[in-house]
Design a protein around this ligand. Structure first.
Ligand code: NDP
Length: 504
């Protein structure tokens, strides 16, 4: 298969610095930042950078749109059709969107085309279905307080600030934007400074689909300047965030110090993969490889801790390292590439520092562990034996292609190991015993649990964290409810007038 050739549309787009997007219009601040292609280490495009003033403008546009009858009064079925149309437009522009993802963050083009962009489109279809199904309830009353009737309304939470990471620029945005639109909220979105281009193109498609001006606003720039201008803004009613636990804490403080805005936080993870001796080992080896090395390990639910039953350890590790070493690492524009570069050299350096720290603390390298000599920020699949569970590689999220392996002898020990970090995002068990799968799924503390697979969540099943992996849920009905607030309405019903029902 050939190297992917950039489309003429993308090449044309890259000729000019990309504008950001406020109130349905492109905005050029005049201050630009260079975007670096991690596959080459070279700058490939420029993007205009927003200021605090632009954030004010974006919030004002989102507030005006939130109360504008064009959006606030829109029939739910019409909103559903707009979301569906948007999904169709995403599909129709899949190549362009995938190319922008690959250029900015190094995701292999095959993965961007076959997974990232279709999943992004499907998120809008899924939430389009919810638009016409958002309803409150008719509430039975507990007090005999006369002739009362109670009901609840489900109302949109308001202007939502969204602060996004670089590892899945479209998919993670979709998990927030689609339910926000389905419920009637409006958005002020900040993509990661290094990966804004695909989302800026999406804003144009949203306008084309019929999303009214001001409903989607996208500001660009750094977290410290533009991100914190959003998180501190008194005009933002809710913040939806995906990123590191440290930034999550900072956002909590900003919310407390400003207007107590509501928060949903999708933070880090250190997800365990537990393989028992009764598992289908061929499937488990493949599953363990996919769990950690997909997107070069830059995935919040990556299976970064592998616990093997002692009796299968040597055979399993031999097969695992063989498969890991056979993964095709290289140019993300090559359609055969399985592992692209790390999203930036700074992130690669941070990964490597952690590996060195882990080795100094007693971890033993089984494969990988050093940057490739080629240009670009490439780090190979890296597997380490880590017996000491206090080792930094076991306790900290590395967010790269780095897997720690340890063994257990009993189910109780496997569960204790799985629960042995401050995180609780995801986990998987590999076993042929249904009883064991069920027991372990109940005992492991996490928001998403897989049996005999370790995968990204489905649109209908919520994802979110136990412990320090976050607050709230994304996707599914619970993901929708993060963008709604409930209002109780009580009616006092007057007694019927004496004349009621009588013929005059
Ligand atoms: P960050 O938490 O630093 O960044 C995520 C987003 O928050 C970015 O848009 C960033 O802006 C913004 N941001 C940073 N600081 C602030 C702030 N003070 N106020 C408001 N916004 C802010 O994550 P990184 O991208 O630096 O990744 C570091 C680690 O985070 C990873 O190694 C991994 O552990 C974890 N992570 C987890 C993800 C997940 O899916 N759960 C996704 C990404 C990261 P900008 O970067 O543009 O300056």
């Amino acid at each position: 298969m050939a190297r992917h050739v950039l489309s003429s549309t993308t090449l044309k787009r890259l000729e000019q610095p990309a504008p950001f997007w406020i109130d349905g219009k492109p905005v050029r601040s005049g201050r630009t930042v260079s975007l670096c292609n991690p596959a080459t280490g070279q700058s490939f495009a420029e993007c205009h950078v927003s200021t605090g003033h632009d954030v004010d403008q974006a919030v004002a546009a989102a507030r005006a749109a939130f109360v504008n009858p064009d959006w606030a009064g829109m029939n739910a079925a019409v909103r559903a059709r707009i979301l569906w149309r948007l999904a169709e437009l995403i599909d129709a522009h899949a190549i362009e969107l995938a190319e922008l993802e690959t250029l900015c963050m190094g995701k292999p083009i095959a993965a961007a085309m076959r997974m990232e962009v279709p999943f992004f489109a499907e998120t809008f279809r899924y939430f389009a279905g919810w638009c016409t199904k958002i309803s409150g309830m008719s509430a039975p009353l507990s007090f005999p307080a006369g002739d009362l009737h109670g009901l609840t309304l489900q109302e949109p939470v308001g202007v939502v600030g969204m602060i996004l990471p670089w590892n899945g620029p479209l998919v993670i945005a979709g998990w927030k934007i689609a339910p926000a639109l389905a419920t009637g909220c409006t958005c002020v979105i900040k993509p990661a400074e290094t990966t804004p281009l695909s989302l800026l193109r999406f804003a144009e498609l949203a306008a084309q689909a019929g999303v009214p001006d001001g409903v989607i606003n996208i500001v660009t720039g750094s977290g410290s300047e533009v991100g914190s201008a959003i998180s501190r803004h008194p005009g933002v009613d809710k913040l939806a965030f995906t990123g590191s636990t440290g930034t999550g804490r900072a956002l909590l403080q900003d919310a407390a110090a400003s207007n107590l805005k509501k928060l949903s936080l999708e933070l880090g993870g250190k997800s365990p993969v537990l393989v028992f001796d009764d598992a289908d080992l061929d499937a488990a080896v493949d599953g363990a490889v996919d769990a950690i090395f997909g997107n070069s390990g830059q995935v919040c639910v990556a299976g970064s801790r592998l616990y093997l039953h002692k009796s299968i350890r040597d055979d399993f590790v031999a097969r695992l390292t063989e498969k890991a070493n056979a993964l095709r690492i290289g140019d993300p524009m090559d359609e055969k590439t399985q592992l692209g570069p790390i999203a930036s050299q700074a992130h690669l350096d941070a990964i490597h520092r952690r590996v060195e720290e882990g080795v100094a603390g007693g971890a033993v390298l089984l494969c990988g562990g050093r940057q490739a000599d080629s240009p670009g920020s490439y780090y190979p699949p890296t597997i380490l034996d880590v017996a000491d569970q206090s080792n930094v590689l076991v306790q900290d999220e590395i967010f790269g292609p780095v897997l720690c392996v340890a063994t257990f002898e009993s189910e109780e020990e496997a569960i204790a190991l799985a629960n042995g970090t401050r995180y609780g995002l995801a986990a998987s068990v590999w076993t042929s015993q249904i009883d064991r799968a069920f027991r372990v799924s109940r005992a492991v503390q996490c928001g998403v649990f897989w049996v005999n697979t370790h995968n990204i969540p489905d649109l209908g099943t919520p994802i979110g964290g136990y412990g320090q992996s976050g607050w709230g849920r994304e996707l599914g009905h619970l993901g929708l409810s993060e963008y709604l607030q409930s209002k109780s309405v009580m009616f006092k019903i007057s007694p019927a007038p004496m004349s009621a029902g009588r013929l005059q």
